[in-house]
Ligand binder design. Structure first.
Ligand code: HEM
Length: 527
């Protein structure tokens, strides 16, 4: 092997010598190899070709959503209880059991719609995605800061995202396209009332909440299940920006939230969130006026009190943004024993989508990258090869046997946990239908009434400014929806647009709607 450390260095310069990826020392990194001083260049310029062709491939596709984000590391610390009760009464997931037990985590915050270098001041949901590196393998909890979502069926996801992304012709984000879609998708009202309030622009990532949004299950030792929802509360408090605040920040800095998080961790001011869990029995709930598997709904806190189960602290920044933030890959299918899916129709669609996009975006061996590995549990598979294979997963004693079953060696199946899940039995006809109870307006109205006056004013202003840029039929339909959410909201936005209730009273419910009796009663009063 060539000793590169002694070559090419100027006297007194003891820095290490640059090499190419083949380990060859680079003697000249300033000039290509040419015939004569003024060229032409030669083709056997190995160092030049390697350097340039690697540079040409430096980018991978950015995430199709949530492209801009920042990752940091830390730990989850369990309280061992759900409120005052021992947690093993509800889940056997190991990371929750003992008080004080710590599990390594990586957390990625993000905005949704903009590209990789877009502004962090955008009015946009914020992502809150955590990877827990547990002894039973990884658990990903992929949530947002607004508690609910625009749609309740995964089949609508490409459409809602297309409407929010730039116009395919002008490449400009268009209010008309956004509200065209939303006005025809009344399940989005609850999310819109959150997004266009000041909560739609968190002041930075340290001062935002996180929510699992979808409904999951916990499984106990006996295999019995409960439905659960997750909430993250920042110890730093919740802070937001108005549109004007955001414009001021954006005038100086488009990456303020990433910078804020990085600098806080660097100076030892470690941000912290408490994890709270709401619980509901795993059965149908005809007594509720919403469907607990509908991700456009929250569970009322007075009926389903959120109880603390642990906390997270972020205490380390990534050492390389590309390797650890760009390539980190989360998915809703990544659960450990003691946690399970519910039948939430969004959740099942999400669970397909994440690993599908990651096999394309990062590559089929994305789980071999250090940031994605299940680093605290053994990984032994018979999956082999493929683009960018870095190593072979452990194959046990017999590297020749990369299949199962076998009587000559190789890996064997594990044993089911003592009790497999004992959730309710499910029956039904194959169908393509909405959930029976959609109740699209009630919680949006409750959310509006909970707002302070300045928040309502801000919400009305933001809706009005956006809708002023929309076609009249879209404006009318949105005012009609707002009147069904809450009189004040509909009347004030309508006033800003020059639309009175009488102008929209002729509108019929959309085909995609099942109005409640309360909605019909309000419709009747519109004239
Ligand atoms: C990222 C799909 C709903 C939160 C992504 C990505 C896809 C996706 C394809 C990019 C992943 C990657 O490239 O690594 C979907 C689909 C949904 C859906 C199909 C509905 C059917 C939601 C909902 C939430 C959410 C309801 C919030 C609870 C996130 C977050 C990320 C993300 C936080 C960024 C993860 C990261 O930081 O890498 N989603 N999503 N998504 N999604 Fe969703």
């Amino acid at each position: 092997m060539t000793d590169v450390s002694s070559q090419g260095s100027a006297p007194g310069d003891d820095r290490e010598i640059l090499t190419n990826r083949q380990g060859h020392p680079v003697y000249d990194n300033q000039n290509q190899r040419t015939v004569g001083k003024r060229g032409p260049a030669t083709l056997e310029n190995y160092h030049f070709l390697e350097k340039m062709s690697h540079f040409d491939r430096e980018r991978i596709p950015e995430r199709v959503v949530h492209a801009r984000g920042v990752t940091a590391y830390g730990f989850f610390e369990a309280y061992g209880t759900w409120g005052d009760e021992p947690i093993d009464r509800y889940t056997r997931a190991k990371l929750f059991q003992e008080r004080g037990k710590r599990t390594d985590i990586a957390l990625r915050f993000s905005t949704v719609i903009g590209g990789r270098d877009s502004s962090e001041c955008a009015r946009d949901p914020r992502g809150f995605a955590i990877k827990f590196y547990t002894e039973d393998g990884n658990w990903d909890l992929v949530g947002n800061n607004l508690a609910v979502f625009f749609i309740r069926d995964a089949i609508k996801f490409p459409d809602v995202i297309h409407s929010l992304k730039p116009d395919p012709v002008t490449f400009h984000q268009e209010p008309n396209r956004i509200f065209d879609f939303m006005s025809q998708s009344p399940e989005s009202l609850h999310m819109l009332v959150n997004l266009f309030s000041p909560r739609g622009i968190p002041s930075d990532y340290r001062h935002q909440q996180g929510f699992g949004v979808n409904t999951y299950k916990w499984v106990d030792q006996a295999g019995d299940t409960v439905l659960v929802k997750y909430t993250w509360m920042p110890k730093q408090g919740v802070r937001s920006m108005t549109e004007d605040d955001a414009a001021n920040v954006q005038a100086h800095e488009t990456g303020h939230a990433t910078k804020d998080l990085h600098e806080a961790i660097d100076r030892g001011d470690y941000p912290e969130w408490e994890l709270l869990v709401q619980m509901m029995s795993d059965e149908e709930h005809p007594e509720l006026d919403f469907d607990p598997l509908d991700d456009t709904k929250t569970w009322p806190e007075q009926d389903f009190p959120p109880k603390p189960v642990g906390r997270i602290v972020l205490d380390r920044n990534v050492s390389n943004n590309f390797a650890e933030n760009e390539q980190i890959s989360f998915g809703t299918g990544v659960l450990v024993d003691g946690l399970d899916f519910s039948d939430d129709k969004m959740l099942v669609g999400r669970t397909f989508s994440y690993s599908d996009t990651q096999r394309y975006r990062v590559g089929p061996n994305y789980l071999q990258l250090p940031v994605n590995q299940a680093k605290h549990s053994p990984v032994r598979t018979n999956q082999r090869d493929g683009l960018m294979t870095y190593y072979q997963d452990t194959a046990g004693e017999s590297p020749h046997v990369n299949y199962e079953p076998s009587i000559t060696g190789g890996l064997r199946e594990g044993q089911y946990p003592t009790n497999d899940e004992q959730g309710p039995e499910i029956r039904g006809r194959l169908t393509r239908s909405r959930i029976p109870l959609t109740n699209d307006y009630k919680q949006a109205g409750q959310r509006f009434r909970l707002m302070e006056q300045w928040e309502r004013d801000d919400l009305v202003k933001n809706f009005t400014n956006m809708l002023l840029q929309c076609d009249r039929p879209i404006q009318e339909r949105m005012v009609w929806h707002f009147l069904l959410v809450e009189d004040e909201l509909g009347l004030r936005v309508g006033e800003g647009l020059g639309i009175a209730p009488g102008d929209v009273s002729h509108l019929e419910p959309l085909q995609s709607q099942d109005p409640t009796d309360e909605d019909r009663e309000r419709m009747g009063r519109l004239g």
